[in-house]
Write a protein that binds this ligand. Structure first.
Ligand code: CP
Ligand code: NVA
Length: 298
């Protein structure tokens, strides 16, 4: 059974195929309007979401299927029913499961459903975001090969999936974080072992120097709200403002998975500048997710 729990679950060819399909769906959203005819995607959310929820729901509709929004505030999972039992039950009803969870291991537990499982964000990874990011870089920079993405901020789920993207494409990833907030060492090592070009630094200017893409994300992810104040002080030098952005190539683009905390990890000036592609990036969640659903459930 094929899943998308990590981008590393997919080969280079599968990632390339998803990106080709996504470009096709962007041009012709109803090209495969019957692919999920009569099929249902169960979507479990332990955390808030705008883009992931809306894009998966619409992507499923465009393939002729139906998506069910299952907030853990409403289903028995939130009252203590086990993830394994929930998985087995949903497997009897649904043809695929997408889940946004805190602990990454819950996604593995959901495979007990016997259905494809898609990671809609865990504390560890955000593979669907990385696919949309790849599509966006290709649209604006022509290719991923030989391009350098500088990620500055917290070494979090989004950073981890961008590192995985470097292991599945020709993208080089430079990560700049404060000390103690580096990406997971195991994820970095695994990517490098597969030939990925990944470098780490604690100097934001060094991370960004000459990059094609400057990327950032929130300093305190969902579940880390109580650390926000302490992190804000440490992370201030990593804010993407005009001064930091100007160290990248003159035609560099700015990316952010959103939601943005304007004035914290990025200034209005940068996120609203003509070189910001954040809304293309958000839109591409829809097209790449349509490709993912087609490949796993079509
Ligand atoms: N980028 C992203 O996953 O956004 P949501 O939290 O709104 O789904
Ligand atoms: N790193 C952020 C991404 C939100 C889409 C979080 O996990 O909250």
């Amino acid at each position: 059974m094929k899943h998308l729990i990590s981008l590393l679950d997919w080969s280079r060819d599968e990632v390339a195929r998803a990106l080709d399909l996504a470009a096709r769906f962007k041009k012709d959203p109803l090209a495969k309007r019957d692919a999920l005819d009569g099929k249902t995607l169960g979507m479990i959310f332990e955390k808030s979401s705008t883009r992931t929820r809306v894009s998966f729901e619409i992507a499923t509709l465009r393939l002729g299927g139906h998506a069910l929004f299952l907030s853990t505030r409403d289903i028995q999972l939130g009252r203590g029913e086990t993830i394994g039992d929930t998985a087995r039950v949903l497997g009897r009803f649904c043809d695929g499961i997408m889940a946004r969870v805190f602990e990454h291991e819950k996604l593995d537990a959901l495979t007990a459903s016997g259905r494809p499982v898609i990671n809609g964000l865990s504390d560890l990874l955000h593979p669907c975001q990385a696919l949309a990011d790849a599509m966006t870089i290709i649209e604006h920079k022509g290719t991923l090969d030989g391009r350098t993405l500088a990620y500055v901020g917290d070494g979090n789920n989004v950073a981890h999936s961008l590192i995985n993207l470097a292991a599945r494409t020709g993208l080089t990833v430079r990560v700049g974080t404060p000390e103690g907030y580096e990406p997971d060492a195991g994820i970095v090592e695994a990517a490098r072992a597969e030939g990925a070009q990944v470098t780490l630094t604690h100097d934001p200017a060094e991370a960004v120097a000459g990059a094609d893409v400057v990327y950032t994300d929130t300093w305190a992810s969902m579940g880390q709200e109580d650390e926000a104040e302490a992190r804000a002080k440490l992370f201030t030098p990593f804010r993407v403002d005009e001064a930091l952005f100007s160290k990248a190539k003159p035609d560099a683009i700015f990316m952010h998975c959103l939601p943005a905390h304007r004035g914290e990890e990025v200034t209005d000036e940068v996120i609203d500048s003509p070189r910001s592609v954040v809304f293309d990036e958000a839109e591409n969640r829809l097209h790449t997710e349509q490709a993912v659903l087609f490949m796993l459930m079509g």
